[in-house]
Design a protein around this ligand. Structure first.
Ligand SMILES: Cc1cc2nc3c(=O)[nH]c(=O)nc-3n(C[C@H](O)[C@H](O)[C@H](O)COP(=O)(O)OP(=O)(O)OC[C@H]3O[C@@H](n4cnc5c(N)ncnc54)[C@H](O)[C@@H]3O)c2cc1C
Length: 464
């Protein structure tokens, strides 16, 4: 059984299996619907549905030349979209949304230098498959692989692993089209200095078209999942993170238990990887909340009676097939990156706060990420722990930000750019040593602010 199955039976509530999710296939066209009787106007929505806009044009240019022509010939605000999996208002605009769905696929690879060049709109799942066919892989992956490569690096998307960096850190060069329609390539000495600002740039410096990134030989992983009382796991979590290539845990609210997950390289193991059943675990936790939410002590007592503490589950498969999983149940999320040494103290406080709210049932996720040098990377010069809290789509989510943000602030947390947060320009100035430098580069590349929507203007402190 795989790691996710481990949690299928966590509460022994006997839920039936659910159908496979199609979450990984969401894209700009599926997320957009024409408005009846309103000319060519479309409604764009993000994956969870909390971001939306009525947009005048939603364009899918075929190649870089078409993008350059388009930017050269318009004075409209232009915002790029990848696969629409960010929770924050990065994409919405009433003017033009540019999807690079057609600018997609692996361009070339170099087994000597261990790099691959990839078009911006390539989905991570597609890239993993193409690399695997060549005996190559990305060193690490996030929880899902539905994101476009450009969209993922633009918000500093990451997986877990104390010795592993976020996706953008492996990017060695970037080609992009500026707001004026000029093509810039950081392989040219003149533009080499733009690599670190560009790696994480929220679609605010230009339209990324191609990237060359580090790859590794394809590898198999062995996954192990087990349950442990959360306090005992918190004691050993930093050590587990050092001992395993990938370590993370999910705290299961109102149970007192957490699911620990490790992945380690396994060259010889026999592949076994049953279907994911995360949804069953979520449904069990939700059902328990619905039944006993008003009696938290009883809820905890019942959870502890039902929980199957002896479960240890394993799986062996290619890295990309284990590291990312479909997520059929829609949710909203807030995530913050805390200095490594403060991660455990911070998550203790977050758990305490969550357990004051009876409606909470979604597990909290705790991961490790290694430092890098991109100017707006939340991991800039800082090994980090990431703490993510979620609420099912359609349920209240404001508390994820309002109540948890003060704890994240207390620990100098840097929020995930693609996930809900309450930070503003004053916070970023303190948290990011290169913040002002980034704003200057932005101003030089896009003096008219044509790549900014109202959300980004607020984020960067640029007047409307
Ligand atoms: C179910 C789910 C699971 C997730 N799991 C993780 C996880 O494990 N780890 C993690 O770190 N994050 C995770 N995320 C967050 C997600 O990885 C990021 O929000 C990511 O940016 C989404 O990629 P996207 O392709 O959907 O980009 P979008 O959300 O569409 O866009 C993100 C940003 O990229 C910009 N952009 C897109 N394409 C271009 C381009 N060609 N040129 C310039 N700018 C561009 C956009 O303008 C925007 O600013 C998850 C999100 C969801 C919904």
């Amino acid at each position: 059984m795989n790691a996710r199955n481990a949690r299928r039976h966590v509460l022994k509530l006997g839920m039936s299996a659910v159908g496979a999710g199609l979450l990984g296939q969401s894209n700009i066209l599926r997320a957009s619907t024409p408005i009846p009787g309103n000319g060519r106007q479309m409604i764009w929505r993000n994956w969870s549905g909390i971001q939306s806009c009525q947009v005048e044009s939603l364009l899918t240019p075929a190649d870089e030349a078409a993008i350059a022509k388009l930017l050269h010939g318009t004075t409209n605000i232009v915002r790029c979209v990848g696969s629409g999996h960010s929770f924050t208002g990065l994409v919405p605009t009433q003017a033009t949304i540019l999807s690079l769905d057609k600018v997609s696929g692996l361009i070339t690879h170099d087994k000597g230098g261990m790099t691959a060049s990839v078009r911006a709109g390539t989905r991570l799942a597609q890239l993993s498959r193409q690399l695997d066919a060549l005996g190559l892989a990305l060193p690490n992956l996030p929880d899902i692989d539905a994101q476009s490569f450009a969209g993922a690096i633009s918000t500093a998307t990451h997986g877990t692993g104390a010795g592993l960096q976020a996706l953008h850190a492996g990017v060695r060069s970037i080609r992009m089209v500026t707001a004026k329609g000029d093509v810039i390539d950081t392989r040219n000495a003149e533009h080499a200095g733009l690599l670190d600002p560009l790696r994480v740039s929220l679609g605010s410096l230009g339209v990324l078209t191609e990237m060359t990134t580090d790859v590794v030989p394809a590898f198999k992983l062995h996954r192990r999942v087990w349950l442990k009382p959360v306090e005992e796991l918190l004691e050993v979590a930093p050590q587990l993170a050092l001992e395993h290539r990938h370590f993370e845990f999910y705290y299961l609210p109102f149970t007192g238990f957490a699911a620990a997950i490790t992945h380690d390289i396994d060259a010889t193991g026999v592949t076994h990887h049953p279907d994911s059943a995360d949804e069953n675990m979520l449904r069990d936790l939700r059902r328990l909340r619905d039944w006993l939410g008003k009696s938290p002590d009883l809820r905890r007592w019942v959870a502890r009676k039902l929980i199957d503490v002896d479960q240890t589950e394993t799986a062996v498969d290619q890295s990309w097939k284990l590291l990312s999983t479909p997520r059929p149940m829609l949710f909203n999320e807030s995530e913050c990156h805390i200095p490594r040494e403060a991660g455990i103290a911070c998550v203790r406080e977050v758990i305490q706060k969550l357990e004051q709210r009876n409606e909470v049932f979604f597990p909290l996720e705790f991961r490790f990420v290694k430092a890098d040098t991109a100017w707006l990377s939340p991991f800039y010069q800082r090994d980090s722990c990431s703490i993510a809290v979620h609420a099912a789509a359609g349920e209240p989510y404001a508390y994820l930000v309002n109540e948890i943000a003060p704890i994240f602030r207390k620990y100098q947390g840097r929020p995930h750019w693609g996930k809900l947060h309450a930070h503003g320009p004053r916070d970023f100035k303190t948290l990011y040593p290169r913040w002002q430098d980034f704003l200057e580069v932005r101003q030089q590349l896009d003096p008219q602010g044509r790549l900014l929507n109202p959300y980004l203007r607020q984020l960067f402190g640029v007047p409307a």
